[in-house]
Design a protein around this ligand. Structure first.
Ligand SMILES: [Zn+2]
Length: 419
């Protein structure tokens, strides 16, 4: 009888097998323009999960799914009381998105588990690759990771974009009972940590000619709805000075908001991408305009200042045009700090393997920011060609995927040696 081997840094992933997985998965939900549509809980998403479950089973790993639809493969430690190290990301996509966003992180995790199983490596922790439900937010952003973290509440289960009945129906169809989602919560005491590999979705790694981005934090984000109220009057007979034109006030607000961001908060990001005008007729003065504003900042305090400055600006612009304005914060996510020790482990492994890396902030949201609330979490990026993402043209060089997966494997082995 062969006894399980010690963790070794000389293991390598089976890159052909990983590539075959990547191609098979990229065929699920393929669109006519070469993109991928695997919206959370859609037929395509369910097909991808079934495919993933088969891969887990074929590898001789344990299949697990939870009450929010997260789907995992587990390689158990011989120590039944061991904690679990999670490696994850997501298989769902935005409409007509790319083949790399999320998928690479899940496939890399699966390949690492298979590699360790084949080599019969003795692990001091259970190793679990996990696909989180609806990271992209077709129904509700981070539904799966929030469920696992025990952060879902009834408020958040109300869905912004579609009516809640459809969401509930989609959940039922996927075998998820809304009343049971609380049970998906994992006790932080049972977790060792969380690691995620993801494409950068920006171009700083490519520009810096780096192989790896070691993420130190994920930016905080707040979303507001502003509604400007004026008066709908005849566009020909109301004299210009007397008008209470809600759209004028809103338009000035949007312009000045961008100016203010540039002048006073150069590290912040702001966006207004939708404006609804009522009554919405060319010959009636606009009476009501509502718009959504999203702001992001890597510093929690600066984000709070930025938000209050924008709210004040909306009031100033409303006053200038004899309007009233209401502001409502719809979503807030804290700045998420990655774990220093795990982050340092990624850095050490980059140096050992000779990979060029840089530390960086993530401006996009990821499951790691949710997991970081309950367990030490860390994240690495690999380069995205020209920074294009959420697009059929999303592309990452295969050698970069290999390096990222190898780094993840080396990090898991290093943790196995020392925990
Ligand atoms: Zn993603």
């Amino acid at each position: 009888v062969k006894s399980p081997s010690k963790p070794t840094q000389h293991l390598t992933i089976n890159t052909k097998r990983l590539y075959a997985d990547f191609q098979a998965l990229a065929n699920i939900g393929k669109t006519l323009t070469g993109g991928i549509s695997r919206l959370a809980l859609s037929n395509e998403d369910l097909e991808a999960r079934a495919w993933f479950a088969n891969q887990i089973e074929d590898a001789g790993l344990f299949v697990r799914d939870d009450e929010v639809g997260n789907l995992s493969g587990i390689l158990f430690s011989a120590n039944r009381d061991a904690k679990t190290l999670l490696i994850g990301s997501h298989l769902d996509t935005v409409p007509n998105g790319g083949a790399y966003d999320g998928a690479i992180g899940v496939l890399a995790g699966l390949e690492i588990l298979r590699t360790l199983k084949e080599a019969d490596v003795a692990l001091p922790f259970h190793l679990e690759v996990i696909n989180f439900t609806d990271e992209e937010g077709w129904w509700q952003s981070f539904f799966g990771s929030m469920g696992l973290a025990g952060l879902l509440d009834t408020e958040q289960q109300r869905n912004e974009r579609q009516d809640n009945g459809a969401f509930r129906a989609a959940l039922y169809r996927a075998g998820i009972r809304p009343a049971e989602v609380d049970r998906a919560r994992r006790d932080p005491e049972t977790l060792l940590g969380y690691l995620e590999l993801h494409i950068e979705q920006g171009e700083s790694l490519q520009q810096a000619q780096c192989d790896i981005g070691v993420v130190t934090r994920v930016v905080g984000r707040s979303t507001y709805t502003f509604t400007f109220y004026g008066e709908a009057t005849h566009a020909a007979t109301t004299i210009m000075d007397k008008r209470r034109d809600a759209l004028q006030g809103a338009a000035v607000f949007i312009t000045q908001m961008h100016g203010l961001t540039q002048d006073e908060f150069p590290d912040a990001f702001v966006n207004c991408g939708n404006v609804h005008v009522q009554p919405g007729t060319f010959n009636v003065v606009p009476s009501e305009v509502s718009l959504r504003v999203e702001c992001r900042h890597e510093d929690e305090e600066a984000l709070a200042n930025f938000e209050s400055r924008i709210v004040r600006l909306a009031q100033e612009c409303a006053a200038q045009y004899r309007l009233s304005v209401s502001s409502q914060r719809i979503i807030h996510r804290d700045v998420a700090l990655m774990d220093d020790r795990l982050t340092q482990r990624f850095v050490d492994m980059c140096e050992q393997a000779g990979y060029r890396y840089q530390k960086m902030v993530s401006f996009a949201g990821h499951d790691a920011q949710i997991l970081s609330k309950i367990t030490p979490s860390a994240m690495i990026f690999i380069p995205s060609h020209e920074g294009i993402s959420h697009n059929p043209r999303e592309f990452t060089e295969w050698r970069d995927i290999e390096k990222g997966t190898d780094l993840l494997l080396k990090t898991v082995l290093s943790l196995a040696e020392t925990s």
